[in-house]
Ligand binder design. Structure first.
Ligand SMILES: [Zn+2]
Length: 307
């Protein structure tokens, strides 16, 4: 299974910055030895690709470092050429994973899930919206008509919902903490707001209902799945109470959904802010392990010897 990584494109942050940048390297290191996992450097998204979901003036300002200070603060990262490159690669990884998922059934971006980025502004550590761009690239260049974005990060996918609001060919599902950031939510095609303290059983029941509703309303040709680690009970920002086992069951359920529709699924990591970063990494790693298991069970081609 191909897993696209970007962590070596360093986004320089000041000492003590609250974004857990180290998690991406830690995830790559922990999955690197899994038999059958093929780590691939993510390609950069091109300007043409970014413009499928973003405003030209915004893209230009990001690239040239000319965003207004307030707009840069809303992203939450200081500008640098490294920030631009990392952001391009993170989108490129989701595009690449989506493309590979068409052939291999599944592929993973070891970053991405930047769902708070709007068409003309970044927000909450999100510069460009990888899922929205990748969905449009799949339509434009790979003959895919209908894509469902299943966003299970604990925060609502407001940027994705906003960009795709009037696009009936891309279905947006967000299952999130109702009381959590963003406090002004944007309407997705399907939003499920969960109460604080939501447990595994409540969450999995809500997911079941959401996937049922999705399949009644829409027939996707491809899934993009944001497997956020922040619904975990030890997350600093999550406010939900999902266990490791609950999150594993969540991942397996989404994979089973892809299998039932016989379509590919591209997975991105999205958020995770564990008080102990190792818990966040563990959630991401178990998602990748579940994806790898799925790939091995369902690979149509003979398995290659592990890379
Ligand atoms: Zn999140």
């Amino acid at each position: 299974m191909k897993a696209f990584y970007t962590d070596h494109f360093v986004l320089p942050l000041p000492e003590g910055h609250r974004f857990p940048m180290a998690k991406y390297r830690m995830v790559r290191e922990q999955v690197g030895d899994l038999p059958g996992l093929n780590l691939v450097e993510a390609p950069p998204a091109t300007d043409t690709q970014l413009l499928l979901a973003h405003d030209p003036v915004y893209v230009q300002r990001v690239i040239t470092g000319t965003l207004a200070p307030q707009a840069q603060r809303e992203i939450g990262f200081p500008w640098s050429p490294g920030m631009v490159e990392r952001s391009r690669r993170s989108v490129g990884a989701t595009i690449a994973a989506s493309r590979v998922a068409l052939e291999d059934g599944i592929a993973v971006n070891l970053a991405g899930g930047t769902h708070h980025a709007y068409r003309d502004k970044g927000s909450g550590f999100c510069v460009f919206n990888d899922a929205a761009v990748a969905a449009r690239v799949m339509q434009r260049s790979h003959g895919i008509e209908r894509i469902a974005i299943i966003d299970l990060d604990v925060h609502q996918g407001n940027g994705t919902a906003s960009i795709l609001r009037r696009d009936a060919s891309i279905f947006t599902l967000s299952l999130h903490g109702e009381k959590n950031f963003p406090f002004r939510k944007e309407p997705s095609d399907l939003d499920i707001g969960l109460p604080d303290g939501c447990t595994d059983a409540e969450y999995l029941a809500a997911l079941e209902n959401a996937l049922d509703a999705l399949s009644r309303r829409f027939k996707p040709d491809l899934l993009i799945y944001l497997a956020g680690a922040d619904p975990h009970e030890a997350d600093r920002l999550g406010r939900l109470k999902l266990s490791f086992a609950g999150l594993k069951a969540r991942d397996e359920r989404v994979l089973e959904f892809a299998k039932s529709l016989n379509i590919g699924v591209a997975i991105t990591m999205a958020g995770g802010y564990g008080t102990d970063i190792n818990n966040t990494v563990r959630v991401h790693v178990q998602t990748i392990a579940a994806a790898l298991g799925y790939w091995k069970r369902n690979a149509t081609k003979p398995l290659e010897t592990s890379a």
